[in-house]
Design a protein. Structure first.
Length: 373
């Protein structure tokens, strides 16, 4: 079997990767490694600004000083919708002869409409801005010479929702940096300060689903380290993670470490995070995060939200990092996760939206019980 079409496209060619994301993000690093391996010459343009809008503005300024026509292939990544028109303007080739000049590729890591309207529910579906988000998604999908997605399930979504022709799609799964396993696996024991996230202006409703604690007393008699990290977005289902950690720490004697955001947690769950039973870090530098992962016994991957379609179509990036460290992990039972992982002793699938399933999955590792479902 030959190489994927995308790799053939960039092989021995001059390539620019322009992403609306920071330089050390897993997808940015992945493309950087690929370009060094396959391209004859390459450049990666990213931004360290605090959010997608400010990053897109920063990127627009940066590309003003870059002759994009010099490159054979230009790839717009993460949220290409926010910079697509600007990149197109910077390219002198018209749409009729673009295949003879610079080829424009979209790494559609996210749908703008799906993320802003359906996942985070920041906008009404019928609103003008929601319609604009959908229009930008359609523009990129139908204008790009190639659309790259990180799962086949996401490719199906883009085809069904936005594609108006015979768009060329290819799936390129996330890949964590193999050099991570060479880092020191020691765990730093010092406390790390955290600061409360400012109110986001949205109503925090209780997370629905099976969150009853019940009785899960385990025969585990020593501390076992359970770890989760993430940004805390709705599709991740972090409320189920916190509720499970509360039970595992209080009733099973597990050492539970939660790293990341608490924006969509209930007040009760935020209080549990700050209790003596769970070690909570609002943020850790990347090197310290990897040390924590290296020292964990079981890592929670997700996604666990049961009522967000995007949870079913995306593979959590953290799962690829856990895989590099050969960690036992608990995965949400999603279409996307099944694309590359199979149930075995290191990959335990659980029903989304069930605290009980997560707790029982952990118990199954230590006590030999059945997996949660």
């Amino acid at each position: 079997m030959g190489q994927p079409f995308f790799l053939e496209m960039i092989k021995d060619r001059k390539v620019a990767y322009i992403t609306v994301k920071n330089a050390d993000y897993i997808r940015t690093l992945q493309f950087g490694r690929m370009l060094k391996q396959y391209a004859s010459e390459s450049i990666v343009v990213s931004s360290e600004k605090g959010n997608p809008l400010t990053r897109s503005l920063d990127i627009r300024k940066k590309i003003r000083d870059i002759d994009l026509n010099y490159y054979d292939v230009v790839i717009a990544g993460f949220l290409p919708q926010l910079i697509w028109k600007d990149i197109r303007k910077r390219l002198s080739a018209s749409s009729s002869d673009r295949f003879n000049k610079t080829v424009l590729v979209a790494d559609m890591f996210l749908s703008l409409y799906d993320t802003v309207v359906l996942d985070r529910k920041l906008l009404s579906r019928s609103g003008h801005i929601a319609g604009l988000c959908k229009k930008l998604d359609k523009l990129v999908v139908n204008d790009a010479s190639l659309i790259i997605t990180d799962t086949k399930a996401d490719a199906e979504y883009f085809i069904n929702e936005f594609c108006e022709g015979k768009g060329a799609f290819e799936t390129l799964y996330l890949e964590a940096d193999p050099e991570l396993v060479n880092m020191d696996g020691g765990i730093e024991e010092h406390a790390c300060e955290y600061s409360d996230i400012e109110a986001c202006g949205l109503k925090n409703s209780d997370i629905e689903g099976d969150s009853s604690e019940g009785s899960f007393i385990s025969d585990v008699t020593h501390a076992n380290k359970i770890l989760y990290f993430g940004t805390g977005l709705p599709l991740q289902g972090t409320g189920y993670v916190v509720d499970a950690m509360k039970i595992l720490s209080e009733e099973c004697g597990c050492e539970c470490v939660y790293i990341g955001g608490d924006r969509y947690l209930t007040s009760k769950q935020k209080k549990a995070l700050r209790s003596a039973n769970i070690t909570y870090y609002k943020y850790l530098p990347q090197a310290d995060l990897y040390k924590q992962i290296a020292g964990a016994d079981i890592c929670l991957a997700g996604h666990f939200a049961p009522d967000i379609d995007k949870s079913d179509r995306t593979i959590p990036g953290k799962a690829f990092i856990y895989e590099l460290y050969s960690k036992k992990m608990i995965l949400g039972d999603t279409r996307a996760n099944h694309e590359i992982f199979s149930p075995d002793e290191r990959h335990i699938f659980v029903k989304r939206g069930s605290v009980k399933a997560i707790v029982e999955a952990v118990r199954s590792v230590y006590g030999g019980g059945n997996e949660g479902s």
